[in-house]
Design a protein around this ligand. Structure first.
Ligand SMILES: *Cc1c(COP(=O)(O)O)cnc(C)c1O
Length: 236
């Protein structure tokens, strides 16, 4: 661990241009984020809404703030005026709440549905079947203040490269499948002029320990914390 500037530069050279780097700054002080910002980093990820709000208030307003943590519906209102992308949406109820709060601010909030790809059962997320049900539901059309722009997944915490690869690939394959399905549907809907709020573009997968493998298996957005800012002092 040399320093934020050096870490960022090193990581950027190992990420292709089409992959977005989310610098995960949870638990880290304003000064660390400012340092990354000064190096040109503009996308930051936080997993606690209050913490993200405090950092949003203190830092330059051209930062794109991503909520990557598990969401509590009752706190969505605190970030609805500025959040750029919400990664961890794992229920229709939460989507409805995001839609409601976004509407108050005349915004459309981009969301990723979190898929459960890890074999361990401690992680949050929807089954592929649940995701299917949400994006093909009639009710989703009514939520005009949200846009589902992709999927997010967290692999098992393991060194087993083959298992990681399988988990990443499962998300990639499911994503491609759904994307194709959406595109076919959209062609049929064009006469109806429906405003589509599903546009699958992003696969958010890969963290400090596994991002090269995630990219190799189709990730378009990596969430990297400790490899940029150093180890966190407490578990979150
Ligand atoms: C903390 C966190 C990360 C970043 O983890 P690192 O291992 O420090 O890179 C990525 N995604 C989510 C959802 C997180 O909570």
């Amino acid at each position: 661990m040399i320093g934020i500037k050096e870490n960022l530069a090193q990581i950027k050279t190992s990420i292709p241009a089409n992959v977005t780097l989310v610098a995960v700054s949870k638990t880290k002080p304003i000064a660390d984020i400012q340092e990354a910002y000064n190096e040109g980093q503009r996308v930051f990820g936080e997993n606690k809404i209050q913490e993200m709000v405090a950092k949003f208030d203190a830092l330059p307003k051209d930062i794109k703030w991503h909520m990557i943590g598990h969401l509590q519906s009752n706190k969505v209102k605190y970030m609805a005026h500025f959040v750029d992308l919400i990664h961890g949406v794992d229920s229709f109820k939460t989507l409805k709440e995001i839609n409601k709060q976004a509407k108050k601010h005349h915004r459309i909030i981009n969301c990723l549905l979190q898929a459960r790809i890890a074999k361990e059962d401690t992680k949050f997320g929807l089954s592929f079947q649940d995701i299917d049900a949400i994006i093909s539901s009639e009710e989703i059309v009514a939520l005009q203040n949200i846009k589902i722009v992709g999927l997010m997944g967290m692999a098992t915490f393991t060194d087993n490269q083959q298992q990681l690869e399988e988990e990443f690939l499962s998300l990639k394959n499911f994503f491609e499948n759904k994307k194709q399905q959406q595109e076919n549907q959209q062609e049929n809907q064009q006469e109806k002029q429906e405003v589509k709020n599903i546009d699958l573009k992003i696969i958010s997968m890969g963290m400090s320990g596994d991002y090269p493998l995630a990219i190799k298996n189709g990730s378009t957005m990596v969430r990297i914390g400790s490899a940029i800012f150093g180890v966190r002092n407490y578990i979150v």
